[in-house]
Design a protein around this ligand. Structure first.
Ligand code: ADP
Length: 843
């Protein structure tokens, strides 16, 4: 066929040289453009042109446009498809490229090349007719046309058969159906070949088939193969890989006579006898008596309702949910403590105490085979593996896992559902979760129970209590369902960052397991045992392609993250993987090109990774990828003036170091406090000042005019910099005293010391909480010595041995001991021999 009447494409076409896809007339394909010639074509022709004609370009498949402009033009395939560029999208990342959306119009042959640079321009000969089609598939080529007619008839029927097997709700299938009925038959081979699963090589065969007859002959086997494949799939009823499933998903009772493909029960509802099917399902759902009664009643109402009534949809949705709920579907527990131990150990490094307790819990459950008992609640900073342990518990039990995020939930209908009185009503999260997992004995992880809110819409904590209470939860009533559902087989686990904001009634039901933050060494181990392998896998990389040495991991931990858990560490490793993935992909491209030169265009396989593998991430590469370090060791730099001390604070996010700064100026004995302080903190500050005034003589502290009362003629300003979080709690007492002692004495506090402890007016040091997290924070910040209350000595046992060995600990009974440890060479005074201080506070 040569160009006859109809629309003519320009006789000179700029050519887009592609190697990724084959454009056939009538289909639309996305091309990624990044080689020099193609980039020029886009920027100088497509983006500059103003006429419709300038958007028509020729697409030549199966060419490798050399990366470098200097190279000669490779031999070009001489048949191509003229197409209209319907969309051009430019991007600069990861490197400059365009994405073109091109709709194919007709075949052409390259007669001669007119120029090769900046892009290829060719004289072309149009091969297909291009006209405004008026005939449809049922006409055009007819059976009278001999062999061709027969072929086209066969082809049409096969296409119709395929269509009957596909799910019409998938957009591409719907489009296929529309096209099939409206297009002339001679266009079908091109259109169908581009829509069904074919390789580029096969598409190329269709493109090269210039006579219509040959084109039908080439495309028909592809179509038949697709149909056979689909039949097989339906027979085995196996789930195919996702993308295949999408296009091929089998529809039950489709438009086609092919009733034998009627496999998927759920789609049956668009057959006429809708309610009969539903009724069967209601009886088949194995629900308790009461629920069944409600369903049958609703069903009866449904049958009387016209479908157009809004209430119809409402009732219908309700019934659909009722039949879907796992009233009596469950998984069988397979608990083997030995296996559970191995699994927990394999999935999680460190956290021994937690793992031990979890195993005990599981063992008791196995012996008692009942779930009554406390609900485990993992409490700790973000990213320490709380969710992940929950997931492992589900796996060891062989149960389904579902996470219910409670953060910010402040309406009890979130838990318990909305009454079915208005159109938008929905079941609550518990029932929804059950529907999602499809069994009635999953592990539900109630995430962030400490972040439950309260509002006018009722207290979600109260609803949650009902869910968790073994005395009540066998008949949990969701407002939407309005019949009881038995939750007693569900295993609930909760997580929280802190226990202080968990409603007390809820806390009472739970057994709290603290999950503290990790040390640097633990993080390195976790990274190398778990995070790096996981991230490699997620990014499709192998250890042969990317290597992160331990030094680098340490660098990431100390200079790019400051956290108790490992979540940002995981994210940073992910960022490295992405950066390397780009490199690896580029490497593959080079190899691919080389292979093609050697073996000709037929094979398009990636043969091997580029030679410079593995890519090792050293400090320089790290800086390239993650940018300049986010955190520098700043501790020692700040101790350049008297009046600075380093405290340790505990927050729900883990331990933190906290600087306390003080300055003084002439005034009338005013104390100013800044830095978002809570009341307890303010009291600590007053206590500290009172104690110092009382002991000013002992320590030879003087005020600005040389008199012994530090406040006389002097104003003091105390500031707690860094962070917009409210700081509260009594544990900063010793730090404030030390800071003020430094200010009044004009001496510098040791820059490698951090401290924590509550004080009394008489100078005793009282124990505080969160010692492990605080010490870890001090260690992260490079501190050498930690001062803590004597009575916290026992908490040191929880620390890993290497940290105990690396840090000096001073356990202090009173402030005198604190000051002696905080200053080089001790703090002058009569040490512990002095008399109890006189109480002379004016504050
Ligand atoms: P949380 O629920 O405490 O906020 P996650 O369970 O989401 O934390 O953990 C964040 C990531 O860190 C997960 O990928 C988890 O697998 C990993 N992780 C945390 N702790 C450990 C550990 N001890 N061993 C292995 N991986 C861990």
């Amino acid at each position: 066929m040569t160009s006859g009447g109809g629309i003519q494409i320009p006789s000179r076409l700029p050519l887009l040289l592609t190697h990724e896809g084959v454009l056939l007339p009538g289909s639309t394909v996305r091309f990624s453009v990044d080689s020099a010639r193609n980039m020029h074509l886009v920027s100088q022709r497509l983006l500059k042109g103003t006429s419709l004609k300038s958007t028509i370009i020729g697409v030549i498949p199966n060419t490798r446009d050399p990366e470098h402009d200097t190279d000669d033009l490779p031999t070009l395939h001489n048949i191509g498809t003229a197409g209209i560029a319907v969309q051009v999208v430019g991007s600069n990342w990861p490197k400059p490229h365009y994405t073109l959306l091109i709709t194919g119009l007709c075949r052409f042959r390259v007669s001669s090349l007119l120029k090769e640079r900046p892009f290829v321009l060719a004289e072309v000969e149009q091969l297909d007719k291009l006209e405004q089609y008026t005939t449809s598939a049922t006409e055009g080529v007819t059976a009278d046309d001999g062999e061709l007619g027969e072929l086209s008839q066969k082809f049409y029927q096969a296409a119709v058969q395929l269509l009957g097997m596909l799910d019409m709700s998938v957009p591409v299938v719907a489009k296929f159906r529309r096209l099939l009925d409206s297009l002339p038959r001679e266009t079908l081979p091109d259109v169908v070949a581009s829509m069904i699963r074919t390789s580029n090589k096969e598409k190329l065969q269709v493109l090269d088939a210039l006579s219509l007859e040959e084109r039908f002959k080439k495309a028909l086997p592809m179509l038949t193969r697709q149909i056979e494949g689909l039949k097989l799939l339906q027979k085995t009823r196996k789930t195919s890989p996702d993308n295949e499933k999408r296009v091929l998903s089998v529809r039950k009772g489709g438009v086609f006579p092919g009733r034998q493909f009627n496999l998927d029960e759920e789609d049956e509802d668009d057959d006429g006898d809708d309610t009969a099917v539903l009724e069967r399902k209601v009886h088949g759902a194995n629900m308790p008596e009461a629920a069944l009664r409600v369903c049958l009643k609703e069903l009866k109402r449904l049958k009387k309702m016209p479908q157009s009534m809004p209430e119809y949809a409402l009732t219908r949705n309700y019934l659909d949910l009722m039949v879907e709920l796992p009233w009596s579907k469950n998984t069988k527990d397979c608990l083997d403590i030995q296996a559970a131990r191995t699994l927990l150990d394999n999935d999680h490094y460190a956290m021994d105490k937690l793992k031990r307790r979890v195993l005990e819990y599981l063992a008791v459950r196995q012996l008692k085979t009942s779930l009554k008992g406390p609900i485990l609640c993992f409490v700790g900073p973000p990213g320490v593996g709380k969710t992940s342990v929950g997931r492992s518990i589900a796996r060891t039990l062989g149960r389904e896992f579902h996470r219910i995020a409670l953060g910010g939930v402040c309406d009890q209908s979130d838990i318990r559902g909305h009454r079915r009185t208005y159109v938008g009503s929905m079941p609550g999260r518990i029932i929804n979760g059950l529907k999602t997992v499809g069994v009635n004995n999953p592990v539900f992880l109630l995430d962030e129970v400490d972040k439950l809110g309260k509002s006018l819409q009722g207290d979600p904590a109260a609803a949650l209590l009902e869910v968790l209470d073994p005395e009540q939860n066998h008949s949990f009533t969701d407002h939407y369902l309005n019949v009881a559902f038995d939750l007693s087989q569900v295993l609930f686990i909760a997580t929280a960052n802190t226990t202080t904001t968990i409603p007390p009634a809820l806390l009472d039901r739970m057994e709290v397991l603290q999950v503290p933050g990790y040390t640097q060494e633990e993080k390195v181990e976790i990274a190398h045992r778990h995070l790096i392998p996981n991230q490699l896998e997620q990014h499709g990389l192998t250890p042969q392609q990317l290597h992160i040495p331990q030094d680098t991991t340490q660098d990431i931990i100390s200079r790019y993250t400051r956290e108790a858990g490992v979540r940002s560490l995981e994210r940073k490793i992910g960022a490295i993987c992405r950066a390397v993935a780009v490199k690896v992909a580029e490497g593959h491209r080079v190899i691919k090109t080389e292979t093609l030169i050697l073996e000709g265009p037929a094979e398009q396989e990636d043969k091997a990774a580029p030679p410079e593998m593995p890519i090792v991430i050293d400090h320089i590469a790290l800086k390239d990828i993650l940018g300049p370090p986010l955190f520098e060791m700043e501790v020692s730099e700040r101790f350049t003036l008297p009046g600075v001390a380093l405290g340790l604070a505990w927050t729900p996010l883990g331990g933190e170091i906290m600087f306390v700064e003080a300055s003084r100026m002439e005034g009338e004995g005013q104390l100013t406090l800044t830095g978002q302080l809570g009341d307890v903190m303010k009291e600590s500050a007053h206590l500290a000042i009172s104690w110092l005034r009382a002991n000013a003589k002992t320590y030879q502290l003087t005020n600005m005019v040389g008199a012994p009362d530090p406040l006389e003629g002097t104003d003091i300003h105390l500031h707690f910099p860094a962070g917009a979080v409210t700081k509260d709690g009594p544990s900063a007492g010793v730090t404030i005293v030390t800071c003020l002692a430094s200010l009044f004495s004009g001496r510098l506090v040791r820059s490698d010391v951090a401290m924590t402890g509550e004080i009394t007016l008489r100078g005793l040091v009282l124990p505080v909480g969160g010692i492990k997290d605080k010490v870890l924070a001090a260690y992260r910040a490079g501190v050498k010595c930690v001062i803590l209350p004597k009575r916290n000595e026992k908490d040191l046992e929880e620390l890993p041995a290497n940290i105990r060995a690396d840090l000096d600990f001073v356990t202090a009974r009173n402030l005198d001991e604190v000051l002696n440890a905080a200053f080089d060479g001790g703090f002058q005074g009569t040490a512990s021999t002095h008399a109890p201080p006189q109480l002379t506070s004016k504050l």
